[in-house]
Design a protein around this ligand. Structure first.
Ligand code: ADP
Ligand code: ZN
Length: 757
């Protein structure tokens, strides 16, 4: 018997193994332990190998079968296989990427139980005796009435367990420095009891940010009601359908998702909701939890491995009706899916920027197609692709034009920064209008958000003597200064290289170094300077590196302990902070200069989304947008929140320039040790594609140096393939690369790229 196995190795297809005598025949989706070169790895069985010319001697045997039944359900395997093919990735890496962490390498198990230690009555007695006599002494308990002597360690364990009557898993105790034999000795003395438990590590920890209670009895607006009715009837067909829920910011889309999920659940099916950011998962998950209780699971990379693993197991065992998660949750092993929701469907974070380079939204659509389910793509600013599909009738468009309770959209003012510079000099960061508006909010006790989509304190270190800038030695970018104060460091945002900011120019040794450009850290300092009494905080990737700090920051803001929150696009997404009445945009132009065909779309989305954070409560909102291009259509139309007008402008550009959604694109990046090497190899690929190009109905642009010409020490050259058939483009590329295996390993193929930088 031969089987085909997916193994966790990049770019590798399926491997064939033999099932030796004495091992059970593994089911499709079961984990098997297999030899791979010198290593032993865990793979997933994809199917039987039917080729007849195989002989036993030539094929390596598997070592072990870990599961009797499928560990990964068959439909998830099929989805992963589809993903691998469509995105030109290895089946092995894709299938294994859908597994929860911890199941990839070792023999863990589905039904594994944990050892839990709990204090006994005797233990409590011993503790009391100890406390009563010598409360703070260490060492022997001779003075107490308890006959055994207890060490400080043992006492500490008892203290800890006394505080958690249900007991603690032994790994938790071990993590706190209490060795297994300490516990074992206490158990022998009957001071603690040990039991086997199936313990689910619950990511809904008490400190997890709580959303305000959902109110399922509250009356929906007329628009919400008709949207919900339409969506429910689409879900009721039990057929594959795609609906674009196009609702302005604050139109109450979340409420619709909740009720739709409830409707699907009462019809005996399950729901999967994707959200773009980890930041949004706790809020949404806790709303769902209030509605669906224990039968909700969350899946995202911010969970610990253990938490993720347990949640995955609960889903797999059918204990879950609703899953909320980020991108990779699209592969959650949920049965009987009737509804997939992709909130903020336009968001770039649905795209995985490493292999397999899938877009979670698009995989969700395919999963719905396989399952005969409804997909709801929700957004205030739909992607060009989705809106185009809605306009052309492929998707059903459902519109929410108004905010709930007829709250007005924020009034937006554009500030022309050229005038500010003329009036107050070139170093202005916060304009007069924005300063005044911030002060008004502070007087009234209202909150403000201030956006700048760029991290750090200064964006470059420039030498006035030799005109050099401090560059990353590994990447072709300038270093960004972080950490104002005594020891600022210059850091690379791509490879994390960092140095102390020098006092002399490393190139010419001159003392004339100057920091130019500014990021969120500088804006935070500036806001503190102009509003001395204000409580100012910052939300960006640097500020929330520590687990839990994001939740903590968001709940402090929600509780009103912060007046002004400065941040990157992380503050723009989805959050619902009713007390925010002002949104300031420090520069609308951050993304506009980029040589990416989505630059205008991104800018429009970001500005519309962030303006949508203002005025969601009782007080109406205001947004102030600073820009050097006050007449740019992205800026103008975002300020008017006029999506249809933006779409018309942008679709014209896309059509004329032959960009998506009118063609499909594949971005190919070749990496090499030298610049010339990268360009030569890219040119070689272009040449190999030449033949197919004529017949395949696609065009190859390039080779050209990639916009990020050097990254982590490697040079990069790029080609763009544009055409109407992804399949033909992919096949042509794959066969060109098959002729050059050495080059294939250094080539990144990105199908439907979200960014071509
Ligand atoms: P969106 O996701 O469309 O931007 P939300 O779903 O966050 O909007 O809703 C915006 C706010 O309006 C939330 O505070 C929500 O609780 C509230 N809301 C939603 N529906 C209603 C309703 N029918 N009546 C009153 N408030 C509502
Ligand atoms: Zn670097």
């Amino acid at each position: 018997l031969f089987i085909r196995v997916a193994v966790p190795v990049p770019q590798l297809g399926l491997l064939t193994y033999r099932v030796p005598e004495g091992l059970p025949r593994p089911a499709v989706g079961a984990r098997v332990v297999v030899p791979l070169g010198p290593r032993i790895v865990t793979g997933i069985v994809i199917g039987d190998e039917t080729a007849s010319e195989l002989s036993d001697g030539a094929v390596k045997p598997i070592r072990d079968v870990l599961d009797e039944e499928a560990f990964v359900p068959a439909d998830v395997i099929a989805l992963a296989a589809w993903t691998a093919e469509y995105y030109a990735a290895g089946v092995g890496e894709t299938v294994t990427a859908v597994l929860p962490p911890k199941t990839r390498g070792s023999r863990v198990d589905a039904h594994k139980t944990l050892r839990v230690a709990a204090i006994t009555a005797a233990g409590l007695g011993a503790l009391d005796a100890k406390r009563g006599t010598t409360p703070f002494s260490e060492g022997g308990a001779k003075k107490g009435s308890y006959p055994f002597s207890l060490t400080a360690k043992q006492l500490a364990v008892l203290e800890l367990l006394a505080g958690t009557p249900a007991g603690l898993p032994t790994p938790v105790l071990a993590a706190r420095g209490f060795a297994a034999d300490t516990i074992a000795r206490l158990a022998r003395q009957a001071l603690v009891s040990l039991r086997q438990d199936r313990v689910n590590r619950d990511p809904f920890t008490p400190q997890t940010f709580e959303a305000p209670p959902a109110d399922l009895d509250r009356r929906l607006t007329a628009e919400q009601t008709s949207a919900l009715e339409r969506l429910s009837s689409l879900a009721g067909t039990r057929e594959f359908r795609v609906a674009l829920l196009h609702g302005v910011t604050g139109s109450g889309k979340t409420e619709i998702y909740l009720r739709l999920a409830a409707a699907v659940r009462s019809g005996g099916r399950t729901a999967l909701m994707l959200v773009p950011e980890i930041a949004l998962t706790p809020a949404v998950a806790s709303l769902f939890r209030q509605t669906f209780g224990e039968r909700v699971a969350v899946q995202h990379s911010g969970l610990s491995d253990g938490e993720r693993h347990d949640q995955w197991q609960r889903i797999r065992h059918g204990d879950i009706d609703v899953v909320v998660g980020t991108r990779s949750a699209v592969f959650a092993p949920l049965n009987r899916i009737g509804l997939l929701i992709v909130d903020e469907e336009h968001d770039a974070s649905y795209k995985q920027e490493e292999s397999p380079r899938y877009n979670g939204r698009d995989v969700a659509i395919v999963r719905a197609q396989h399952a005969g389910a409804l997909v709801v793509l929700g957004s205030a600013t739909p992607s060009m692709e989705s809106y185009y599909n809605a306009v052309s009738g492929k998707y059903e468009r459902i519109v929410l034009e108004r905010r709930v309770l007829d709250r007005p959209l924020a009034a937006v003012t554009i500030v022309d920064m050229r005038e500010e510079y003329a009036a107050a000099g070139p170093d202005v960061i916060v304009s007069r209008a924005l300063t005044a508006a911030l002060e008004r909010r502070l007087e009234r006790g209202e909150q403000s958000l201030v956006l700048l989509n760029r991290r750090g304190f200064a964006t470059a270190v420039f030498c006035r003597q030799c005109a050099g800038t401090l560059e990353c030695p590994n990447c072709s970018v300038s270093l960004v200064v972080h950490g104002e104060g005594s020891a600022p460091r210059a850091r690379c945002h791509y490879c994390n290289y960092s140095v102390r900011v020098p006092t002399k120019c490393p190139l010419c040794a001159g003392p004339y170094l100057e920091q130019t450009g500014f990021g969120t850290e500088r804006v935070e300092a500036e806001v503190k300077r102009i509003c001395p009494g204000a409580r100012v905080a910052r939300l960006d990737r640097d500020a929330v590196r520590r687990k839990g700090s994001l939740d903590a920051l968001l709940s402090r803001f929600r509780d009103g302990a912060i007046d002004v929150l400065v941040g990157t696009q992380m503050i723009a997404k989805g959050h619902d902070f009713p007390r925010v009445t002002l949104v300031g945009v420090i520069s609308a132009d951050v993304g506009l200069g980029l040589a990416d065909f989505r630059a205008s779309e991104r800018t429009f989305q970001l500005l519309t989304q962030v303006a949508g954070r203002a005025g969601r409560g009782e007080q109406s909102g205001e947004a102030i947008v600073q820009t050097l291009y006050p007449t740019h259509y992205s800026v103008q139309l975002a300020c008017r929140q006029d999506y249809p007008a933006f779409y018309e402008r942008e679709v014209h550009f896309r059509r004329t320039m032959r960009y998506p959604p009118f063609v499909s694109m594949v971005n190919v990046v070749v990496r090499a040790r030298t610049f010339a090497g990268a360009m030569d190899d890219a040119a070689d690929l272009v040449q190999r594609l030449g033949q197919a190009e004529a017949e395949g109905g696609f065009r190859v642009l390039g080779p050209a140096p990639a916009p990020l010409g050097k990254l982590r020490g490697e040079y990069r050259a790029q080609l763009l393939v544009k055409g109407t058939s992804r399949k033909r483009m992919r096949e042509a590329l794959m066969s060109a690369l098959a002729e050059r295996p050495d080059l294939a390993r250094r080539t990144v193929v990105d199908v439907d790229p979200i960014s071509v930088l």
